[in-house]
Design a protein around this ligand. Structure first.
Ligand SMILES: Cc1cc2nc3c(=O)[nH]c(=O)nc-3n(C[C@H](O)[C@H](O)[C@H](O)COP(=O)(O)OP(=O)(O)OC[C@H]3O[C@@H](n4cnc5c(N)ncnc54)[C@H](O)[C@@H]3O)c2cc1C
Length: 393
């Protein structure tokens, strides 16, 4: 049982990694009454002159529900959120698909939220948790013993926990410690993100274009702004990032055929390399992986964070339902978590990878097949409904 051993501070759970998934998991676990250590660097303050964050997420209703349960959603500055009521998708020939919240009988298809907004709200909530110890350092040694996992920290401290949660991202150190095998396929694409003020109203619509193997999305932000995610071939992405703001705006206007009128770049471009990563085990004795440590998918459907937050929710749920005689690191318990996540993770990997491959196939035949496929989907309200409910999460 946790308490203070002779030399080591000890916890029910140690969460390694303070991205949004790690912080959410730590908050949910401590609100469930557990003593939690969070190993994370403090949040970098947002530059004072930044109009919007470079990192923007489309969050689904499952993420909203979890953040509401933790009372994080209510604390967000709602004037900085944008709902998505409609989505328009264009193929690389002429086909167009339209999804709407109204047709799907939901309040909105997603919310577009800045990363730092959620992070600040999470930080504020974490600071009020008496059972949470925030340790500003990295983990660098893991020794799993029968009665506890022992973590060696970069600041020289040693802590013990019944369970270690690896929330340390795509290059997870925790995952390497448990020998979980990773299969990585580089998409040879970079996600170029930047924000713009648009001359025409976006109408709370998310726009997406599949063009010559690249994918361009414009997501609505408050006050007539839009957020770009351009999944571009690596060399092309480097060219886009090297453009000055006016040139980048002109390039985005051109590729989106002026759908939103003249654009003015308000957040400079940043690039994120894109890859697919499958992990053979999400758990090991006294260890569970969540978020990008457990899976990495293409951002074309804006689902990586949603998937990670659902991992956190599932882990807390399995722990809440555990038999009193089981310890938190019990492999039986952790396998329940792993089983509960396989289907959701597998389905999104297949869907996002399949779409990415389909739209990367060169040639007129492939283009015609894509066009026909999109037209068929567009004509089938039931299939559209199913696609929307899968995306809503
Ligand atoms: C261009 C792009 C657009 C995207 N858009 C969306 C979207 O619209 N919607 C959506 O749902 N998802 C989206 N995603 C996916 C989303 O960004 C990721 O799934 C999400 O950020 C993963 O969060 P995480 O907390 O698991 O990992 P990370 O954010 O990578 O956090 C991991 C943390 O662990 C820390 N760490 C690493 N090693 C250690 C260690 N040894 N000790 C302590 N700490 C450590 C790191 O410093 C980091 O802070 C997008 C991704 C990209 C690339």
């Amino acid at each position: 049982m946790p308490g203070m051993s002779a030399s080591h501070q000890s916890f029910h759970v140690a969460v390694v990694g303070g991205g949004l998934v790690g912080k959410t998991a730590a908050l949910a676990l401590t609100q469930a009454g557990l003593r939690v250590a969070l190993l994370a660097q403090p949040t970098a303050p947002r530059p004072a002159d930044a109009v919007f964050d470079a990192r923007i997420y489309a969050l689904s209703s499952s993420s909203q529900t979890l953040l509401e349960r933790l009372r994080v959603w209510q604390a967000l500055d709602h004037s900085r959120l944008s709902p998505v009521y409609d989505m328009r998708v264009w193929g690389d020939a002429h086909a167009e698909l339209h999804f709407s919240a109204f047709q799907a009988s939901v309040a909105q298809l997603a919310w577009i939220v800045e990363s730092s907004l959620i992070e600040q709200s999470l930080d504020a909530a974490l600071r009020f948790q008496p059972n949470l110890t925030w340790i500003d350092t990295r983990a660098q040694g893991l020794d799993v013993k029968p009665d506890a996992a022992v973590l060696g920290l970069a600041n020289g401290q040693v802590i013990e926990a019944d369970l270690v949660v690896g929330a340390d991202g795509a290059h997870s150190w925790v995952r390497a410690q448990i020998g979980s095998k990773v299969e990585r396929r580089d998409y040879r694409q970079t996600g170029v993100v930047a924000n713009f003020k648009a001359a025409k109203p976006h109408g709370e619509t998310a726009y997406q274009w599949f063009k010559d193997g690249e994918i361009i999305a414009l997501l609505p932000l408050p006050d007539g702004h839009v957020s770009l995610v351009w999944s571009a071939r690596t060399e092309h992405a480097s060219e886009l990032i090297a453009l000055d703001p006016a040139q980048l705006a002109a390039a985005v206007e051109k590729v989106t055929q002026g759908q939103l009128g003249a654009l003015e770049c308000v957040t400079p471009a940043q690039g994120f390399p894109l890859a697919l990563q499958t992990v053979d085990r999400l758990v090991a004795p006294r260890v569970a992986l969540v978020g990008d440590a457990a899976h990495l998918i293409h951002p074309l459907a804006g689902q990586g964070m949603n998937l990670g937050l659902r991992d956190a929710a599932a882990l807390v749920d399995v722990i809440a339902k555990k038999e009193p005689f089981r310890d938190l690191g019990d492999p039986v318990l952790l396998r329940r978590y792993e089983r509960s996540r396989r289907e959701d993770i597998g389905a999104l990997m297949i869907a996002t990878d399949g779409l990415q491959r389909l739209f990367s196939l060169p040639g007129t035949v492939a283009r015609a097949v894509r066009d026909t496929g999109m037209a068929l989907v567009g004509a089938q309200p039931l299939i559209k409904r199913w696609l929307v409910s899968a995306a809503l999460g």
